[in-house]
Design a protein around this ligand. Structure first.
Ligand SMILES: Nc1ncnc2c1ncn2[C@@H]1O[C@H](COP(=O)(O)OP(=O)(O)O)[C@@H](O)[C@H]1O
Ligand SMILES: [Mg+2]
Length: 175
């Protein structure tokens, strides 16, 4: 388990971009954290670094969005499992895992039986944070036209399976 503090949305995008450099077809990233934690912000940086076509936005109303890569590499499949109630429903989306890089928001409890190799990334807002004080998600703050306030996020990275434990054996790469 690796713990990082990510101070700003821009730093969260850079974290996603850094993670992207490790990714290849067949990789699965499980994102957890409450509404407004920064899951989509992280995925945006990851997608930009992969050179995907199309903006990475919250896929809340489409369950899964496939972003082809400009370089023809494995596409990014961005899943929002918030409305899914079981791993069987995720399975019904017929995602081509071996040929894709898959990022699942709200992944907790949804990956049972799917794979024994994935990277778990949990993003937490500080307890008693001022923006979070009203427990308003960042997206809703955006909708209200109020400027985003950068607030540190606690990121916990937990590798599952030999590929990820091997890649992260010496911690998170600096830079
Ligand atoms: N350190 C930070 N890391 C990530 N997002 C942050 C941070 N500080 C403030 N924010 C804001 O929090 C919100 C996160 O929203 P989003 O990425 O859509 O969350 P989620 O997908 O987890 O619901 C954005 O408005 C972002 O600008
Ligand atoms: Mg989101």
């Amino acid at each position: 388990m690796i713990s990082l503090s990510i101070p700003t949305p821009e730093a969260m995008e850079r974290f996603g971009a850094q993670l992207a450099t490790m990714l290849e077809a067949g990789d699965l990233i499980a994102l957890n954290g409450e509404l407004g934690a920064g899951k989509t912000t992280m995925t945006r940086g990851l997608g930009a670094a992969l050179g995907v076509r199309g903006a990475v936005t919250s896929p809340t109303f489409v369950l899964a969005r496939t972003h082809p890569r400009l370089d023809g590499g494995a596409p990014l499949v961005h899943v929002d499992a918030y409305r899914l109630s079981s791993p069987a429903e995720l399975d019904d989306l017929d995602i081509d895992y071996p040929a894709s890089i898959v990022v699942v928001e709200w992944a907790a409890g949804m990956l049972d039986g799917l794979t024994d190799s994935w990277l778990d990334v949990t993003i937490e807002r500080p307890v008693g944070g001022t923006v979070g004080g009203a427990r308003i998600g960042g997206a809703e703050i955006d909708d209200a036209g109020i400027d985003d306030v950068a607030e540190p996020r606690a990121v916990t990275i937990t590798p599952h399976g030999s590929r990820w434990t091997g890649l992260l054996a010496s911690g998170w790469p600096a830079g």
